[in-house]
Structure formats: C-alpha cells, structure tokens
Design a protein around this ligand. Structure first.
Ligand code: GLA
Length: 388
C-alpha cells in the first residue's frame, strides 16, 4: 500500500503546506478486451496499486505539479496551459485540468503532488489512476465542492476519458477510468459500456488475483491501439451497409459476421470476430462468477486469450508463454493477457493456498523460457477512488 504520510511529507517538502490527499486505483481486467469503445461489456476489478494526489491551493495563477515517480516538477500559468500533448507525464494531469475547465469548473492556482505504485506501461491503467486522482484533487479544491460533490463517479470517469481522448490522443474507451472511479473492494464489476449500468460480482475469498508482468512495455498513444480501433470501425461500416440499425459492434452477432464478413478484408473480419465473441464471453463470465462456476470462468478466460492472440492479434510471444505456463498449473483457475495488449501483464485467478508456489514456479519457468525476469503482483480487488 502506498504511503499516505510519505506522500504528505513529499508534498510538504516541495510546497511547504499540509495537503488534502486523494487515491485512485489502477485496474486489472478479468475479461472483455477492446470491447468498451464498441459499447460492449467489460469485467475489470480495481486493484490495490494506485496513485495518490496531494493538493494545496496557491494564491497566484500558477499550477505546479510534482511527480514523485519521475522526480520532476513542472509549472504553468493557468492562462497559458499547453493546448497539445507534449508526450510527457504531465499530459495526463494537464489534460484533466483542461477538460474540467471546459466543463465549467473554476480553477485557481494549486500545487499538486502525484505519487503512484501502478507499474507504468504494463496494462494496469497507471494513466487512468493519475487522471482520476488528479480530477478528485482539483475538484476537492474547488469552491463549488463545498455544497457537495459536483460529479458522480461515472461523470468523473467520462471527464478523464475525454482528457485521454482529446488531449493525450489515445482513443481509449471508458473501462479504465470507470473502474478506477467505481470499483468495490473484493468485487469485479460487469460494466455495460452502452449505458454505464453495472453489476458487482464478489471474487471468491479462496481465489487470489496474481498479476504477472511480462516486462514487455506497451505504448498506446497514437500506436497499435488506435489502429485496432480504426479496424473495428471499418468492419462496423460494412455491417451497417446491410443493417443500418447497427451503431456499434455491440449490435452485431456472429451470424451477421458469417453472412457479410466475406466483404471485409480478412484481418478486419478477425478483429470484429474477437469483439463480437468477447462480448458474449464477458457476459457469460460474469454469470459464471456469480454462480461460483469457476470451471466455466476459467474456460472463458482461456478462450478470451486465444481470441485476443489469434483474431485480435494483440498478444505477444512472452504473454502467450506466461498464459501457457500458468494454464498447466492445477491451482490456476484462469489466465489471460489483460489490458490494451501488445505486452504488459497477464491476470491469473489462482487458488489462494497455492498462490505463492504458483508465483515462484511461473517466474522460474518464464525466465527459463525467455531469459526475462518477470514481476509478480499479488493483488486484491480494491475500492474506487476517494478522499483519504
Ligand atoms: C486500454 C483502454 C481501455 C480498453 C482496453 C482494452 O486499457 O484504455 O479503454 O479499451 O485498453 O480492453
């Protein structure tokens, strides 16, 4: 767990003031990958790796943001904020600040310290946790907040998604920001990305969430992520020529793909097939979790990984090796690559009694197969963002 007092001390050292502190978690997605921006289903959990944001007001028009992770402080005048991303860690907090102002929030000068332990670029949503923590901190200072919260959790998630889409430049969906805002301790959350309705499903006490970092870094801004999204939209347009009622791939069935998929380029058809089948798997996985049918849950996670690898082509050799090694372990209920893809972490649901042994063997066998020293994060499903 991140040190709240340590973060307050860091803030006091840099800004000589006693701050308010907010926390926003990272997330692991159990199933439902690249379905959110097609208004489909996802089932993530917030994790106990998070970003802390400590904030105090200033009496001038400046903002200063200190990142403990990057050991760097940046300062801007509120009247001269950058309008474009600088491909710098500060793009995320500055993007959130910009969108909050566009939403009508009056912001005056502040000092902000960000301190997080979500591994960066590993598919665990470090950026969403920075965005949400920043949003809560800035809102915490605003005079309007004295009359009660101005935005609900889902509204804050939308604001942070807008910052990521319009300022940072990644065309990401709503999943990461939503779960960071609305996660619940001990639970996964089945989210319908069409209307943002959701259902919590308890993660059985006898299961551990073991996350394994392949150490292959991914970078989404402007890269493969946006390409995949464009491919999905190209496929949707072809189905729409036959079914004008279709708004997103959420509305498309496997039957539609069988009928009209031959009008698509082969790789577009594969991308669409992943999304359409993944939506079905995610709804089924939520039911399996609810019914404590862990065998079905594990099968669905395995099918999801295969689809992500073969149809969506967003896995990588190292993640495939990790999933393969994990699946041979009797105590492993399910394993798959989690997050935006092209590297990052696998999520493993493991019988708690054997979680330490499982982790040791996975690390050892992965090193033997790839020469890479992976990292293991033993996680618990955590609560969503809040003031501390
Ligand atoms: C990233 C994006 C999410 C989602 C996942 C893939 O984490 O930020 O919106 O699309 O990839 O499921």
């Amino acid at each position: 767990m991140l040190g709240v007092n340590a973060t307050k001390d860091i803030h006091a050292r840099h800004f000589q003031a006693d701050p308010q502190v907010f926390i926003a978690p990272g997330r692991v997605n159990l199933i439902g990958e690249h379905t959110d921006y097609s208004e489909g289903f996802v089932m993530p959990a917030a994790i106990d790796f998070a970003t802390l944001a400590a904030i105090t007001p200033r009496d001038d028009n400046q903002i200063a943001i200190y990142s403990e992770n990057f050991a760097e402080k940046i300062t801007f005048d509120l009247d001269f904020l950058p309008h474009h991303p600088r491909h710098h860690w500060s793009d995320y907090p500055v993007g959130v600040l910009t969108v909050l102002r566009e939403a009508g929030i009056r912001v005056t000068g502040f000092n902000l310290t960000l301190n997080g332990d979500v591994p960066l670029g590993s598919g665990l949503s470090s950026s969403a946790s920075v965005e949400v923590a920043t949003a809560l901190a800035i809102l915490g200072l605003s005079p309007e907040e004295e009359t009660g919260p101005q935005f609900t959790g889902p509204e804050i998630a939308r604001i942070c998604q807008r910052a990521e889409n319009h300022f940072v430049g990644t065309q990401s969906g709503i999943m990461d920001q939503f779960i960071s805002c609305c996660g619940a301790a001990g639970h996964a959350l089945l989210l319908d990305c069409r209307d943002l309705s959701y259902k919590l499903a308890p993660i059985p006490g006898e299961l551990s969430i073991v996350i394994c970092n392949s150490m292959i870094k991914h970078s989404h801004a402007g890269g493969e992520y946006n390409t995949r999204r464009a491919e999905i939209e190209a496929g949707r347009e072809i189905i729409r020529m036959h079914r004008p009622d279709v708004r997103f791939l959420r509305d498309v069935t496997v039957n539609d793909l069988d009928r009209w998929g031959n009008e698509m380029l082969p790789e577009i058809l594969k991308r669409c097939r992943h999304v359409v089948t993944e939506n079905d798997r995610t709804v089924a996985a939520a039911a399996a979790l609810e019914n404590h049918d862990l065998k079905s849950l594990g099968c669905l996670m395995a099918e999801s990984h295969a689809s992500y690898r073969d149809d969506f082509e967003a896995s990588c050799r190292e993640a495939d090796i990790l999933v393969d090694l994990a699946s041979r372990e009797p105590a492993c209920i399910g394993a798959r690559l989690t997050g935006g893809g092209f590297g990052g972490c696998t999520v493993n649901l493991v019988e708690s009694a054997d979680a330490p042994g499982f982790s040791d063997r996975l690390l050892e066998n992965y090193r033997a197969a790839t020469g890479i020293s992976a990292e293991i994060y033993l996680c618990h499903a955590a609560a969503g963002a809040h003031r501390i």
